[in-house]
Design a protein around this ligand. Structure first.
Ligand SMILES: Cc1cc2nc3c(=O)[nH]c(=O)nc-3n(C[C@H](O)[C@H](O)[C@H](O)COP(=O)(O)OP(=O)(O)OC[C@H]3O[C@@H](n4cnc5c(N)ncnc54)[C@H](O)[C@@H]3O)c2cc1C
Length: 412
């Protein structure tokens, strides 16, 4: 069996490794950059690998560990090789150092990662001076290129990369005046809010937005205002911050272009392709893993779920059909969106639409209860899971709809 994996980040490396370990004869890993690792080399803080390697590692350390395992397992790696086009029959056009190559593997695994949303910049009125960066670009320039991107910062959006950069700038002796978040709750993980903002006394302004940017050559100031419940700025309460840089951290979106070309059905709520519990897309032999499917909280989650796909690509027996899985009533994202019928427990990953204290979650099909679980709290920034036992799933048939929702009256 020939398996080709597109993308050499943690997802691609973990998928390639597990496909090889599961017995695939040829596993080819394509990476457009000149090194493996994806985004991890620029994430120089710790917090990686705690569940996957049982050790607290930095991003580069996590990437290096995987890279060594990939090399040891005999995965073939093509660096500087970009998949330009993908077709529904698994044909692939790849630009390599030796010219264009056409491939048609038995299994194609997309592990193409995510891109940053530029949305925040477009909506801000005012000048367009230098000094406006996405958080990921600022992270790359600071940690990889060794550049100082500015001296005084304001951050729009409380996504994890922005929170991490707030701490990074502070550790460099630079000044972060605050983080404005449009929503009434943070966009990043609670641990990052604590460790990156509160521990350094950096203010987080919830239900606030940046209303203007001023400056001719370089940013000179930004204005910030609270928003009403509909998200409209209350301009009479605007405050001005004299900063030379505005950092945008308004979330990530799966890199979906190639997947669309391959004719895959996309899931609007994740921005990635619809997948089953083995991360197989709606076309036989095509899988998608990592942040290219949905934005996971941690690189550990990415590697663990990609391993499932790599193994399944080689070993998974044909299913007996699929049931659909949908989140409703307070549930914003569910993965997988399809369940391949089988006699095993099913783990559903999900995100709540808003922070909810002490909710009860239930999973039903055709009006019958499959699983129920209470949580101390659910937060949109944190992906949670629920396990449905195999014996409960026995009544689900191909074409059925499995619904995940918060019970009415539970939570607050
Ligand atoms: C800018 C940024 C900063 C981040 N910072 C942090 C952080 O500080 N801490 C944290 O826990 N998480 C961070 N994350 C999240 C982290 O990226 C993920 O947890 C993890 O790296 C996702 O792994 P992945 O393999 O799915 O994607 P990636 O790591 O993005 O890897 C995808 C790989 O696919 C390659 N690729 C894409 N398209 C093609 C193609 N057509 N052909 C060939 N190769 C291709 C890319 O070059 C890349 O190497 C960050 C994400 C981003 C985007």
């Amino acid at each position: 069996m020939r398996v080709t994996v597109i993308g050499g980040g943690p997802a691609g490396m973990a998928a390639a490794l597990s496909a090889k370990r599961a017995g695939a004869e040829e596993v080819l890993l394509l990476e457009r950059a000149e090194r493996l690792g994806g985004v991890l080399p620029q994430c120089i803080h710790t917090g990686f690998g705690v569940s996957y390697f049982k050790e607290d590692l930095t991003g580069p350390e996590f990437a290096e560990r995987l890279e060594r395992l990939v090399a040891k397992a005999g995965v073939e790696v093509w660096l500087n090789s970009i998949a330009l086009q993908a077709f529904p029959d698994r044909q692939l056009l790849v630009s390599t150092r030796l010219g264009l190559r056409a491939l048609r593997p038995d299994v194609l695994i997309f592990a193409v990662g995510a891109r940053e949303r530029p949305r925040g910049a477009i909506a801000i009125p005012g000048d367009r001076p230098a000094g406006v960066f996405t958080a990921g670009t600022a992270q790359y320039m600071t940690n990889i290129q060794g550049l100082q991107v500015g001296r005084e910062f304001f951050i729009l959006g409380s996504g994890d990369i922005g929170l991490i950069m707030a701490r990074r700038f502070t550790l460099e002796g630079l000044i972060v005046h605050g983080v404005a978040e449009l929503m009434p709750f943070p966009g990043g993980l609670s641990r990052n809010v604590q460790q990156c903002l509160r521990d350094y006394a950096i203010p987080l302004y919830l239900s606030h937005t940046v209303t203007g940017v001023r400056g001719k050559q370089r940013v000179e100031a930004v204005t910030v205002a609270p928003v009403d419940p509909n998200g409209y700025p209350l301009r009479d309460q605007e405050r001005t911050y004299a900063v030379d840089s505005l950092i945008l951290s308004v979330g990530l979106l799966p890199e979906a272009e190639l997947l669309r070309q391959a004719g895959l059905t996309m899931a609007p709520e994740t921005g990635g392709p619809a997948v089953d519990q083995y991360y197989q897309c709606e076309r036989e032999g095509i899988f998608a893993v990592g942040n290219g499917v949905a934005i996971w909280d941690l690189a550990d989650n990415v590697a663990e779920t990609a391993e499932v796909a790599g193994r399944a690509a080689v070993l998974c027996p044909p299913g007996r059909g699929w049931a659909r899985v949908e989140g409703r009533g307070g549930i914003r994202v569910v993965i997988p969106q399809r369940w391949r019928l089988e006699d095993r427990d099913l783990v559903l990953h999900f995100r709540a639409g808003k922070p909810t204290i002490a909710p009860r979650l239930r999973v039903t099909c055709k009006g019958q209860l499959l699983a129920r679980r209470g949580y101390a709290a659910l937060r949109p920034a944190e992906m949670e899971e629920i396990r449905i036992p195999a014996e409960k799933l026995a009544m689900v048939e191909a074409g059925d709809l499995v619904v995940l929702e918060l019970e009415e009256g539970s939570g607050g």
